[in-house]
Design a protein around this ligand. Structure first.
Ligand SMILES: *Cc1c(COP(=O)(O)O)cnc(C)c1O
Ligand code: SF4
Length: 338
């Protein structure tokens, strides 16, 4: 895009294009269905589920859904359904024990050498299976506290070698806000790596703009971006272009996916995801068993089926295209292999 005037002569701060796309997201389940030619289909939409955790999906992501297909794997990830309200034993509000592992405002210390920052509560897309759908974000994000608690804690603990920006989606924060954090962390001598867990390059590739690329290019550590895509159809040319720019900036790109019934619970779908990701310069990292969070039970795949799918994948693909099948267990020292 060509700016209307050179940046230096503009007086009012110009809103980055990605923030406009962000705000323009679809938020009405009925509008979403109408856009997909599914206006006549009731599909078990739940206003009550949407009131608990609103629908939100960027229009560019909607454009990758198949029109007229109520079973589209991208649609299924975002549409609020009646099934979410069914109470299922074993599915709880804090499925992964984050409440207990909180070390400071927005900082979760569970694994050796790593501190995870719940940077912000915002996401460009709302994934119905998300384990953070019940997380008390407002008072507990690292950015809301001006990063102060996080910076003090990381600076004071020499065992922390890697900072993981998670969320919510850390790239939903303004680039200047991110730079505040990394400028302060640059003075921490024991820090060796930075990791960013984000779904934005996939769901809102406009986010990978010049300002963001300038920021990542000047970070003093090796940076790994762990993306989150669950289905090959989530990639398109706009995503490819965004990822190519991140790779050109020297970042390592990995993907984590969640095993989801009706979305990617077949060897074909998982193989296509790994292969499509690789075409875009991304290696698979984790395939997560679903966190047992209230409202997500209809996405669960049994452990036996998960193992069978994973074995099928390993029998078909090069080793480096096979993600590790894991589950997060509260109190464990790392993700537990299945
Ligand atoms: C998943 C997770 C990490 C990162 O684990 P890796 O196995 O290194 O990817 C770190 N901290 C917390 C709290 C996590 O949930
Ligand atoms: S992008 Fe990640 S954190 Fe945000 S709703 Fe989806 S799964 Fe949850």
């Amino acid at each position: 895009m060509i700016p209307a005037a050179p940046i230096a002569t503009q007086h009012a701060p110009v809103q980055p294009r990605w923030q406009q796309s962000w705000r323009d997201a679809v938020r009405d389940p009925r509008e979403l269905l109408a856009l997909l030619g599914l206006g006549q289909v009731a599909m078990g939409i739940s206003d009550a589920a949407a009131a608990q955790f609103p629908l939100r999906v960027p229009r560019g992501f909607v454009a990758r859904m198949r029109r007229g297909d109520p079973a589209d794997p991208l649609l299924r990830q975002v549409l609020p359904l009646d099934e979410e309200l069914r109470p299922v034993p074993g599915f709880s509000l804090d499925a992964v024990g984050d409440g207990a592992a909180k070390a400071a405002d927005g900082v979760i210390r569970k694994y050796r050498g790593r501190a995870l920052l719940v940077s912000t509560g915002s996401c460009a897309v709302h994934c119905r299976y998300c384990f953070r759908r019940h997380f008390p974000y407002a008072e507990e994000t690292a950015a809301a506290a001006g990063w102060r608690g996080a910076i003090d804690l990381i600076g004071a603990d020499a065992s922390i070698e890697e900072v993981i920006l998670s969320g919510g989606d850390p790239w939903s924060l303004a680039t200047a806000k991110l730079a505040e954090l990394t400028d302060a962390l640059a003075a921490v001598p024991h820090l060796k790596r930075l990791r960013i867990h984000t779904r934005l390059p996939v769901v809102l590739p406009e986010r990978i703009d010049r300002a963001l690329l300038d920021w990542v290019a000047h970070l003093p550590w090796p940076v790994t971006v762990v993306l989150h895509a669950n289905h090959a159809a989530e990639f398109d040319a706009s995503v490819d272009a965004a990822l190519a720019q991140l790779r050109a900036a020297g970042l390592t790109l990995l993907n984590q996916a969640v095993l989801l019934a009706g979305v990617n619970d077949s060897v074909d779908a998982l193989a296509a995801l790994s292969e499509r990701g690789f075409e875009a310069g991304v290696l698979p990292y984790y395939l997560h068993q679903l966190d047992r969070v209230q409202g997500a039970a209809h996405f669960e795949v049994s452990d036996d089926d998960a193992r069978r799918l994973h074995a099928g994948l390993a029998a078909r693909l090069s080793g480096y295209l096979v993600p590790k099948l894991v589950r997060e267990v509260a109190g464990d020292s790392g993700k537990r292999p299945l």
